[in-house]
Design a protein around this ligand. Sequence first.
Ligand SMILES: Nc1ncnc2c1ncn2[C@@H]1O[C@H](COP(=O)(O)OP(=O)(O)OP(=O)(O)O)[C@@H](O)[C@H]1O
Ligand SMILES: [Mg+2]
Length: 185
Amino acid sequence: MEWKKGNRRIVLLVGPFAIKIARVRLIKYLATIRQNWTRAENLKNFLRLVKKDLCYPIDTDGGFKHLIFRGLLANLREFAYFVLKRCPNMMPIYFSLLGFVNIQRSGLPCDLDYRTLWFDHIQGKLQDDGIESPVRRFGHHFSNSENFCFDSKGRLRMVDYGDPETVWLLQKYPDLLEPFHKPSD
Ligand SMILES: Nc1ncnc2c1ncn2[C@@H]1O[C@H](COP(=O)(O)OP(=O)(O)OP(=O)(O)O)[C@@H](O)[C@H]1O
Ligand SMILES: [Mg+2]
């Protein structure tokens, strides 16, 4: 049994399963409320700051939606993408409990470095194919080797694909991770 920590999910690895628990950063949000209370000079200002915080989009760092719902959304999207698209380079998901917990097939850590996987292979391929802004659109997820694992047959699979751009790329190139398969003995 092993624990892993991402920004949006805490992952418990138990045998063939990766149990991905959505992080709800309530304490961090309460700290933001406290900070707003200190900053505001009166109740009216405080309520204005709280309301502003509630309205930030989910991608705004430190906002209410970002801190509370990002993990849930990642789990829900990942499950929906797997069920609807079933790309061969996605690590399969067996079950989702309303996004609070996902159960995914577990894999072995990917030992490929940033240069080999992202810079030389993926980014190189996208540039050759004339795909626009590869670093901005795909760099965040694809340049981090921790978002990939090898399955029991030595095939490289993506384990963190809870966003639309990532899935777009996985679908466009179903054999993207093929060159990294480890031949099984
Ligand atoms: N199916 C899996 N098998 C083995 N390890 C996994 C699996 N899924 C996730 N992990 C490990 O747990 C870590 C966190 O998982 P994941 O990347 O899915 O979470 P996240 O919070 O969305 O990540 P980020 O920090 O990129 O937002 C991964 O970096 C990886 O090391
Ligand atoms: Mg990740």
